[in-house]
Design a protein around this ligand. Structure first.
Ligand code: NAD
Ligand code: ZN
Ligand code: ZN
Length: 386
């Protein structure tokens, strides 16, 4: 079958790979109908992780069950399902407590597994024609049959729950104000979630105009372009002091607003891995809370300095302490939210598909990786159809 395979820095190719097989009685195999490219894939794509060539990418997967292991009791051939990007067992202590992003059974020596991702276990990615889903009774979320809401449901694998998770980590309550750094797919989903939850004011920070427009048009957010002036000052000017809550939907490859824009759409020379965390510490009022779904890594081969190469960042911890801020981090526990977010979509109360700007044949993956990586205007969420 065809799959998107990582070749090395800024290089993916569509290649023939072996088809997945049932390896355990509780596995299913699905025919992928939609799979997505994620900002998390870009960290690997850019050579900014320990990912080795040969990985089949793709952790945002949905499709139709085509093979069913003999121990599977709730799924049948033909069922339409979406798989959380996390691979989880369902019965370890973390899974039992809802922390399926930190399952201790699926990836020996590590808490958490995922499809097609460096260090996240042996699970092949789903940017391919087929995918094996382990612990399928637990991991596969059933969807209504047919092809309705295909774009929105595809976002249940990761970014809709992850954006929601950002607001949960920040403990956002109705009526509170919130600032979200990053208007990529995850930041937009955090803003959309904040709107659903009844935030009183939503500020979304980025530099890509078409992304900021989506935040304004679909999430009732106030766009803040950090290339125009210090984003902290811009938010404080409009809000009159610090906002209640903050979300980091950027992660360690953040651009420092204090550096000069260059012709490059996304220039690594402008990176400062602690800038968003430090801007959030300034943006949020004393005793506020921060949700940090943006990715941080324990080792970064392309880091701007030796400390950052080991995942050690210059965070203003003294300020954080002085303000009594709380923060929450980590992979999204997709299972905690995806059933409810699915039902919001089914009932017509949520339609996150506005972020989808491209649905293309899997053959176009190499070009779309490049364009998404450049944060090209008008390229936000890219869905692939094998
Ligand atoms: N925790 C999780 O479970 C989880 C799941 C999915 C993605 N992620 C992470 O979330 C992050 C965002 O993912 P995405 O798909 O939206 O990717 P993305 O790279 O498209 O979005 C990041 C956005 O941040 C903007 N940005 C850069 N520097 C900034 C700054 N200083 N202030 C404000 N905005 C800035 C960029 O212009 C870009 O639009 C990534 O780090 C990704 O790995 C985490
Ligand atoms: Zn993802
Ligand atoms: Zn588990």
């Amino acid at each position: 079958m065809e799959a998107v395979v990582y070749q090395g820095e800024k290089d993916v190719a569509v290649e023939e790979v072996d088809e997945p097989e049932i390896q355990h009685p509780n596995d299913v195999v699905i025919d992928i109908t939609t799979t997505a490219i994620c900002g998390s894939d870009l960290h690997m794509y850019e050579g900014r992780t320990a990912a080795e060539p040969g990985i089949v990418f793709g952790h945002e997967n949905m499709g139709t069950v085509s093979e069913v292991g003999e121990g599977v009791s709730t799924l049948e051939e033909g069922d339409r399902v979406v798989a959380p990007f996390n691979v989880a067992c369902g019965f370890c202590q973390n899974c039992e407590e809802g922390y399926t992003g930190f399952c201790t059974n699926v990836n020996p020596g590590f808490a958490g597994g995922a499809y097609g991702y460096v260090a996240m276990g042996p699970y092949k990615g789903g940017q391919a024609e087929k995918l094996r889903i382990p612990y399928a009774d637990f991991n596969a979320l059933k969807l209504p049959p047919g092809d309705e809401h295909e774009d929105s449901f595809a976002l249940l694998a990761d970014i809709f729950p992850t954006g929601w998770h950002g607001t949960e980590l920040a403990n956002l309550q109705p009526g509170e104000s919130i600032a979200i750094y990053g208007a990529g797919p995850v930041g937009l989903m955090a803003a959309y979630s904040a709107d659903i939850k009844g935030a009183s004011e939503i500020y979304v920070v980025d530099r890509v105009e078409s992304r900021l427009e989506m935040a304004e048009d679909h999430c009732n957010a106030t766009p803040i372009n950090f290339e125009e002036a210090d984003p902290v000052e811009q938010i404080k000017d409009q809000h009159g002091g610090g906002v209640d809550k903050g979300v980091d939907a950027v992660g360690y490859q953040a651009i420092d607003p204090d550096t000069k824009p260059t012709d490059d759409a996304y220039d690594p020379a402008r990176e400062n891995p602690a800038i968003v965390l430090n801007d959030l510490i300034k943006t949020v009022r004393p005793t506020g809370e921060l949700g940090i779904p943006g990715l941080y890594v324990p080792s970064d081969p392309g880091a701007p300095d030796e400390m950052a190469a080991q995942g050690r960042l210059g965070i203003d911890f003294g300020k954080l302490f002085e303000k009594g801020l709380k923060l929450g981090t980590g992979q999204c526990n997709v299972k905690d939210y995806n059933r409810y977010l699915r039902d919001l979509i089914v009932q017509g109360r949520a339609d996150p598909s506005f972020v989808v700007t491209h649905r293309v044949d899997i053959e176009e993956a190499p070009e779309m990786y490049e364009r998404f990586d450049n944060r090209e205007e008008g390229v936000v969420k890219v869905l692939l159809e094998p």
